[in-house]
Design a protein around this ligand. Structure first.
Ligand SMILES: Cc1ncc(COP(=O)(O)O)c(C=O)c1O
Length: 381
């Protein structure tokens, strides 16, 4: 077997030396404060049973989709699921992608054209950044959730005529757990005649249909990305927007065109997960998750560590613990005590912004949450 080139081996050694080498491991089942399975849908038997029924009803049983959606990979289950997703999120259409990563890559790489401009929040997800790298438009970041900074940049840009401008952000940020002021953002984009693309990956769970729906902004947003690997507990993603947008994406989004479609059983699981989210059990899980978020915030006050937490009303709660070594050691200590909380180290976040990323779920108990915060106070104060 040929060896990895020397310079790449060196890069791995450098990471190892800095204690930031990523490795795959299988961890025992601890108290889950780490997965994105915010509502516990990933292990729901009723979703699994319903998905199996939908899959059987579909007729011919297939292990794989046999190709891109544009070739053999499409079928009625896909079409039905897209229709119900669009209706659920109050969108004219939806187009399923194989993951949130490929949805962002697909839409952002093909919509903004040469000469257009993209303004994006400095903390957007890697998949959005990579979409920006692939497209031919010019781009500039604005300070995190800072609409004044965005406005200044918009004022400079939109004086140039003939350029389309796109603003890209998330409705809940994956590492900080905070949100932009969406109503103000929509108004700003309208004033400056630019189109808004919003990634709602982490907004489902704390809301049923995303923040754009709960704030009644669907008509003012150009495109939304919803993902199924988080609160929906399965896999895949969809771009929500106009019928024209869908037609354009299936003609030009390369991550959609040149990849084998999700297999039918995955699509059946997505449909079943949406039905579950739309049920009373789904609503109960959302209420429980939001109550757990309030419990965690009040525990951080009680144990006097609230100042270490970034402001967040979402399922993602970040406790800043600067220094890779330190945050890793604390995560390991929590692990020994039975809590699965992952450290987020630089370079994933900027140096000195290292943190524990605590993910809350509907199934976490009050005792577990208080136990975690009490222990964190003992370790860190
Ligand atoms: C904001 C955001 N967008 C997109 C993605 C990618 O989604 P997926 O895991 O379905 O590829 C993630 C995943 O972490 C995310 O946090």
């Amino acid at each position: 077997m040929e060896k990895l080139p020397e310079k790449l081996l060196k890069k791995l050694q450098e990471r190892d030396g800095m204690n930031t080498l990523r490795q795959l491991n299988i961890r025992p089942n601890l108290t889950d404060f780490s997965s994105n399975d915010y509502l516990g849908f990933a292990s729901s038997k009723s979703i699994a049973d319903r998905a199996y029924k939908l899959f059987r009803e579909r007729g011919e049983q297939m292990n794989g989709s046999r190709g891109s959606r544009l070739l053999m990979g499409n079928d009625r289950l896909y079409e039905d699921t897209e229709k119900s997703i669009a209706k659920f999120h109050s969108s004219p259409s939806s187009l399923i992608f194989n993951s949130g990563y490929t949805a962002n890559l697909g839409i952002i790489s093909c919509i903004p054209q040469r000469g257009d401009i993209i303004l994006y929040d400095e903390l957007v997800h890697a998949s959005i950044r990579e979409g920006i790298l692939l497209c031919r438009a010019s781009s500039s970041k604005y300070a995190h959730n800072d609409l004044q900074d965005l406005e200044q940049k918009l004022e400079r840009i939109t004086k140039d005529t003939g350029r389309e401008c796109y603003v890209i952000t998330e409705s809940v940020f994956s590492m900080d757990g905070d949100s932009p002021n969406l109503k103000a953002l929509v108004t700003l984009c309208k004033e400056h005649n630019c189109r808004l693309i919003i990634d709602e990956a982490h907004a489902i769970g704390i809301t049923q249909k995303g923040i754009v729906v709960s704030e009644e902004l669907t008509k003012q947003v150009f495109a939304r990305v919803v993902t199924f690997g988080k609160a929906l507990g399965c896999h895949g993603a969809a771009v929500l927007g106009s019928e024209d947008l869908k037609a354009y994406l299936l003609n030009y989004a390369r991550s959609f065109i040149y990849s084998t479609a999700l297999p039918p059983h995955s699509v059946a699981t997505i449909k079943a997960a949406y039905e579950h989210l739309d049920s009373e059990i789904g609503l109960q899980s959302i209420r429980k998750l939001n109550s757990n978020i309030a419990i965690l915030r009040s525990c951080t006050e009680k144990y006097k560590i609230s100042a270490c937490f970034l402001p967040s009303d979402s399922a993602v709660q970040a406790m800043l613990i600067p220094g890779n070594e330190k945050v890793k050691a604390i995560s390991e200590r929590l692990f020994k005590e039975g809590f699965d909380v992952r450290p987020i180290m630089s370079p994933t976040v900027p140096p000195s912004k290292e943190r524990l990323r605590i993910c809350l779920h509907s199934f976490n108990t009050e005792t577990e949450i208080e136990g975690l915060i009490k222990l964190l106070a003992e370790i860190t104060l």
